[in-house]
Design a protein around this ligand. Structure first.
Ligand SMILES: Cc1cc2nc3c(=O)[nH]c(=O)nc-3n(C[C@H](O)[C@H](O)[C@H](O)COP(=O)(O)O)c2cc1C
Length: 350
C-alpha cells in the first residue's frame, strides 16, 4: 500500500493502525543538533487526543511519544528519527457487528474494492488515529521553523453552521473548539450537543495562519507552495476543500479589487494569502480547510454487505461528532511539515 510518505528533503513516513500496537512516524532529513525530547510533544499531542467529554470520541489515549531513534543526548543526529505512540485504549468489540458492512461516507467500501479487505476495527490506516503520527512529526518540523521566527496557528472558523465573527487569537486555547470567538464557542457547544443527542455529526471550517515565513519558499510549476499546502491539508480525512487567501471569493472580484498593491514597505493588502506564483511573498500565509461531517453516526443508514446485499447500519462504536476540534493541531502539523521541507529545499538550492 503506497502513499505513506510526504516531503522531499524533510520526509515523513507514517505507519500503524487504529487498533494495532500503535502509530508512528519515521522522519528522514531532519538536520542534526536540534534539541528533541519526549516532553516537546506533550502539548500538541494533548491538543489532538480524544477523550474531551461531550465533544470528541471518549477513547482514552495518553498519546505519549516515544523517540526510538535519531536522538543522542537530547539532540537530533541527522539519521532517521522514529517516533512511536502506543495504542492503549483500542476497543474493537463495538465494531464486530460491522465486520461485513460498509460505513456510508467512510473509506471501508473503497478499501474493500481496491485491496479486497478493509479494517472494520476502527479503519486501520484510514482512521484519524493516523493523524497522531502527523502531529508528532509536525513537532519536529516546528523545531526547524522556530529559529526562523515562523509561527503556525490554526483555529475553528465555523462548526455546524455557527460562525466565529470576532477573531481574538488569545481565545483559541481557552475554547474547547479552538475557536477565537467566545460567543461562537457557546453556540458551537449547543450545536454539537444536539447533533450528538440526535446521533448525528457536523462539519466545519478551520483557518491556518503562518506568520514570519520568509519570501522565497516554494518551487515553480508542480511543487508550488500553495499546491503543496493544499495537498498536505487535503490528505487529512474529512477535508473536502482548501482555499488560499481570499480563495473562491477571488472569482467574484475584478483584478483591480483582487490585486494586492505593492508598496516600498510591502504589500498593501493580503488577498493572495502570502503566496504568489507558488512562492511565499513574505506576507502572512492564510488558508482555510472545509471539513465534511464525521461519517460514523448513530442514525440508521442504508448500506450493503460485502456481497452487495442491502443492509441497515447504525454505528455504535466510539467516534467524534466533528473533526473539529481535534483536526486543528493536525492542520498546524501538516502546514509545518510542508514549510520545513520547503525551507530545507531552499537551503539546498542556495
Ligand atoms: C481529527 C479527526 C477525527 C476523526 N474522527 C472520526 C471518527 O471518530 N469517526 C469516523 O468515522 N471518522 C472520523 N474521522 C474522519 C475519517 O477519518 C474520514 O472521514 C474517513 O477516513 C474518510 O475519508 P474522507 O473523509 O477523506 O472521505 C476523523 C477525521 C479527523 C481528521
Amino acid at each position: 500500500m503506497a502513499g505513506n510518505t510526504f516531503g522531499r528533503i524533510f520526509r515523513v513516513t507514517t505507519f500503524g493502525e487504529s487498533h494495532g500496537h500503535g502509530v508512528g512516524a519515521v522522519i528522514e532529513g531532519c538536520p542534526p543538533r536540534i534539541s528533541l525530547s519526549p516532553e516537546d510533544f506533550v502539548r500538541d499531542m494533548a491538543r489532538r487526543r480524544p477523550g474531551k467529554p461531550g465533544i470528541a470520541s471518549p477513547r482514552k489515549e495518553m498519546d505519549k511519544v516515544e523517540i526510538l531513534s535519531g536522538v543522542f543526548e537530547g539532540l537530533t543526529t541527522g539519521v532517521p528519527i522514529a517516533l512511536f505512540i502506543r495504542n492503549k485504549d483500542a476497543d474493537s468489540t463495538p465494531y464486530k457487528p460491522l465486520e461485513r458492512l460498509f460505513r456510508p461516507g467512510h473509506a471501508d467500501y473503497v478499501y474493500f474494492k481496491k485491496y479486497g479487505h478493509f479494517d472494520h476495527k476502527g479503519g486501520g490506516r484510514y482512521s484519524a488515529r493516523e493523524t497522531a503520527a502527523r502531529v508528532a512529526a509536525g513537532v519536529v518540523a516546528g523545531k526547524i521553523l522556530a529559529p526562523l521566527g515562523v509561527k503556525v496557528v490554526a483555529y475553528t472558523l465555523e462548526l455546524g453552521g455557527v460562525k466565529a465573527k470576532n477573531i481574538d487569537l488569545d481565545m483559541i486555547e481557552k475554547s474547547p473548539f479552538f475557536c477565537p470567538d467566545s460567543t461562537a464557542t457557546k453556540k458551537m457547544e449547543e450545536v454539537i450537543t444536539s447533533a450528538k443527542k440526535e446521533g448525528d455529526s457536523l462539519g466545519g471550517i478551520a483557518e491556518v495562519r503562518v506568520t514570519g515565513c520568509p519570501a522565497g519558499l516554494g518551487e515553480p510549476v508542480f511543487d508550488k507552495l500553495d499546491a503543496e499546502l493544499a495537498r498536505a491539508i487535503m490528505s487529512i480525512g474529512t477535508v473536502k476543500g482548501v482555499e488560499i487567501g481570499v480563495g473562491f471569493e477571488a472569482a467574484r472580484l475584478k483584478g483591480s479589487e483582487n490585486n494586492d498593491p505593492i508598496t516600498p514597505k510591502g504589500f498593501g493588502s493580503n488577498r493572495a494569502g502570502g503566496i504568489l506564483g507558488g512562492i511565499s511573498n513574505g506576507d502572512e500565509i492564510v488558508l482555510r480547510a472545509a471539513m465534511k461531517p464525521i461519517p460514523s453516526i448513530g442514525k440508521e443508514q442504508n448500506t450493503v454487505d460485502r456481497e452487495g446485499h442491502p443492509a441497515k447500519m447504525t454505528f455504535t462504536g466510539r467516534h467524534d461528532t466533528s473533526a473539529v476540534p481535534r483536526i486543528i493541531p493536525v492542520l498546524e502539523a501538516m502546514a509545518k511539515i510542508v514549510l520545513a521541507d520547503h525551507y530545507l529545499r531552499s537551503k539546498a538550492m542556495a
